[in-house]
Design a binder for this molecule. Structure first.
Ligand code: PLP
Length: 438
């Protein structure tokens, strides 16, 4: 074999599918991209951020600490505010050990937390169970690090528990259970399908992981990714609020952090990117020991702390109440855009296409009849491109799992970044393409 200067990881790391999709969108000005997972430009919090940054930089006393390096695990105030924020989202009765600020780590987006967690947990050849389909950038990390992904079927209210048990039993029989480290679930308005996992399912999954963890001889973690949690259409101003200003019912099911035993088995990741600003790129994780300590050391090597100024910006937004107000506005905007897409889909898509509609997030999931491919090489995708409309082929969201063929008849369609007018036009173009093939 020819010598290669690159590491095994360097050689193995494939071009992320997302770069190609973004590049295509950028180089074709007429193209309407319903592919990007970008947030809506028009609601990005420019005025709020200007005010908060002005407050931080108003004097050397407040400005200098923000412009200095900080602490690896994150700014103390933001860790406490994040813990409090999660408690509020999980409902007043669910405050438990799971939300302690000492277990919160602030990261450069939740993506960094996902990457570092995999670095801390997995060697080459280890196995992570994922929803089938799942977040494709997570699959890219697994591919790059030589970690195997095994798919668990997804239903509209989360993973198929019977299938999870079957997969764990199969891995036990084949002697691979000891290589399994975690089950990764995107639990709210999932990327790509929009599905939300009920608390009952999270609880049952955690029980199964505990049971099989005893056989494996080490914990099997539940890695809960709640990136879209705050983009609920039933949140914001519509939520009943008590006289004291307390939320009376959570807009979304509580996290797995509220379940018994969570403090030992649940890794939780969340982000301020989607509800506030991806350009500020602040995310967070809640980790059990020994993972917290290990990931903190790894983060020490990555960057020894997320940008302090951005952490202080988020801390200011949360503590002033401006964050909550902003999120309510964002939720209303996405709810409206989702309605625009829903009505365009009803007008233009053939009735034989099954549509998954979500109560939040940025996506619709469309399933074409069996046998009609919507994959990257398919005539549907190529014709869509020719007609200047882009979607994410669903096949990109399926793990390389040899136990099943990858479905290729699905598409993820986003209403995140396109304007209302472009949503209508884009869906009309895509509908016309589909009519040629169905
Ligand atoms: C499911 C999911 N998790 C995590 C992320 C990473 O987001 P960030 O790093 O901005 O927090 C994304 C971004 O699109 C996502 O879709």
């Amino acid at each position: 074999m020819k010598p290669n200067v690159l590491s095994k990881l360097g050689q193995r790391t494939a071009v992320p599918p997302i770069s190609w999709l973004m590049q295509t969108a950028l180089t074709r000005p007429r193209l309407i991209s319903l592919a990007a997972g970008f947030t809506d430009n028009s609601t990005l919090p420019v005025e709020i951020s200007r005010k908060l940054l002005n407050d931080i930089l108003r004097s050397p006393k407040t400005g200098r600490p923000a412009l200095q390096y900080g602490i690896t695990a994150g700014e103390t105030n933001l860790r406490a505010l994040t813990a409090k924020h999660l408690q509020k989202l999980d409902g007043a009765n669910s405050a438990g050990k799971g939300h302690s600020p000492s277990r919160v780590m602030i990261t450069g987006g939740s993506q960094q937390l996902l990457y570092m967690t995999l670095e801390a947990l997995c060697d080459e050849g280890d196995i992570i169970l994922v929803e089938d389909p799942t977040y494709f950038v997570f699959l890219s990390i697994l591919q790059s690090r030589g970690i195997k992904a095994r798919g668990v079927k997804l239903e509209r209210d989360g993973i198929d528990l019977a299938h999870l048990e079957k997969v764990l039993e199969r891995l036990n029989k084949s002697g691979e259970l000891r290589r399994v480290k975690a089950l990764y679930l995107v639990t709210y308005f999932q990327n790509p399908t929009g599905a939300t996992t009920s608390l009952a399912k999270k609880s049952a999954a955690l029980k199964l992981l505990k049971k099989f963890g005893r056989v494996a001889g080490h914990p099997l973690y539940l890695l809960e990714d709640a990136a879209y949690r705050e983009l609920s259409f039933s949140g914001g101003d519509d939520l009943p609020v008590s006289q004291a200003g307390q939320q009376l019912r959570p807009a979304t099911p509580p996290t797995a952090l509220t379940l018994p035993g969570a403090a030992e088995r649940v890794i939780y990741t969340g982000t301020y990117s989607k509800p506030y600003a991806p350009g500020a790129r602040v995310g967070f994780g809640i980790l059990p020991e020994p993972l917290f300590t290990t990931v903190q050391r790894i983060k020490g090597n990555h960057d020894f702390g997320t940008a302090n100024l951005l952490q202080q910006l988020l801390a200011g937004a949360l503590s002033s109440g401006l964050y909550d107000k902003h999120v309510a506005k964002v939720q209303k905007n996405y709810a409206r855009k989702s309605r625009v897409m829903k009505s365009a889909l009803a007008d233009h898509f053939p009735a034989s296409v099954e549509i998954w509609e979500s109560g939040g997030g940025l996506y619709f999931w469309a399933r074409l009849p069996e046998g009609i491919s919507a994959g990257v090489k398919s005539r549907v995708f190529q014709t869509a491109l020719k007609n200047d409309v882009l979607y994410v082929p669903g096949e990109l969201c399926y793990a390389d799992d040899p136990s099943r063929a990858k479905p290729d008849n699905e598409m993820r369609i986003s209403f995140g970044s396109a304007s209302g007018e472009n949503i209508r036009k884009g869906i009309a173009r895509l509908g016309n393409v589909l009519k040629k093939f169905l």
